[in-house]
Design a protein around this ligand. Structure first.
Ligand SMILES: NC(=O)c1ccc[n+]([C@@H]2O[C@H](COP(=O)([O-])OP(=O)(O)OC[C@H]3O[C@@H](n4cnc5c(N)ncnc54)[C@H](O)[C@@H]3O)[C@@H](O)[C@H]2O)c1
Length: 278
């Protein structure tokens, strides 16, 4: 029997990128997957791809920045599939969010916090009673290496991702006794469909990214989907509240040394166009 047979999963942002791969991976293990995304065409395509390979999935329009959408999302999973066991809070949203405390607008802050922080708490609020009823559940939140280490001019994203790590630990404490485990993944750079198109224009800059990873590659969505598959399975029932970096070793390095290695690489590759990093 597949490891997630008879489990019901919601994947927010499940149409594309990490969420897209996760929906397919969980469905391949037998889970019934609700793909909750605000890009319906891609969500339907992913659901059709899953159904086409013998899995069960349904696409639903959900904007995670809206409280009411998250309530309806959980209800839909329970009504259609008969319960809820797995929740992957993956969707992200940031509108004009680059900037500092001095430059960020109130609306960019508000949207970012709604889509990346409140969404997780709201989805959880509605999911917990159903998971408890099912005898337990597994939640995976997606933060980032940007929740562990800060980059300049990224106030909204870095704050949101840091909050997701704290919220995960808190929720793991609160709901462990109900059999509900909550973990968070901090991905390094993952080349999604969107990323592929960008890097195709900038292979020199992508190589510079690759150089920063001990494993000498950036990630792919399946790197994260595989980790999620493990975390929500019965193989991981003693793991909760953990922030797991899936980052090819990016964050284990001493930054001074890495900075120097990068400076040398840059000196030897004067053709690199640093674009908006400058
Ligand atoms: N790709 C990376 O390098 C990387 C690195 C670290 C963390 N992450 C995190 O991984 C998660 C997924 O990122 P990704 O790179 O796969 O993104 P992506 O842009 O490739 O895909 C995001 C998906 O979420 C959906 N989405 C966006 N906003 C939404 C909203 N408000 N409501 C519903 N759906 C929405 C999109 O339609 C899309 O299907 C995010 O939480 C992101 O912060 C990504």
């Amino acid at each position: 029997m597949s490891s997630l047979q008879n489990r019901v999963a919601i994947v927010t942002g499940g149409a594309l990128g990490i969420g897209g791969a996760t929906s397919r991976r969980l469905a391949a293990e037998g889970a019934k997957v609700l793909i909750a995304d605000y890009v319906m065409e891609a969500a339907k395509e992913n659901a059709a791809r899953i159904v086409g390979s013998g899995g069960e999935a349904r696409a639903m329009h959900v904007d995670v920045s809206k409280a009411e959408d998250l309530e309806v999302m959980v209800k839909e999973a329970v009504d259609v599939f008969g319960g809820l066991h797995i929740l992957v809070n993956n969707a992200w949203g940031a509108k004009e969010s680059d900037g500092t405390a001095e430059t960020i607008t109130e609306s960019a802050w508000e949207y970012g916090m709604n889509a990346m922080v409140r969404a997780h708490f709201r989805a959880m609020k509605h999911a917990v009673p159903h998971m408890r009823k099912a005898g337990g559940g597994a939640v995976v939140n997606i933060a980032s290496v940007h929740g562990q280490l800060m980059a300049e001019r990224r106030l909204v994203y870095e704050t949101a991702k840091s909050a997701v790590i704290g919220m995960t630990r808190q929720m793991a404490c609160d709901f462990g006794k109900d059999g509900i485990r909550v973990n968070v993944i901090c991905p390094g750079h993952i080349v999604t469909e969107r990323g592929e198109a960008n890097w195709a224009q900038r292979p020199d800059l992508h190589k510079l990214f690759v150089e920063q990873y001990p494993v000498r590659r950036t990630g792919i969505p399946d790197d994260i989907a595989n980790t999620i598959r493990f975390l929500v399975s019965d193989e991981a029932t003693f793991i909760t509240g953990q922030a797991i970096a899936v980052d090819g070793g990016l964050t284990i390095q001493l930054q001074e040394n890495m900075g120097i290695a990068q400076a040398i690489y840059g000196r030897d590759h004067p053709e690199i166009d640093y674009g908006h990093w400058e």
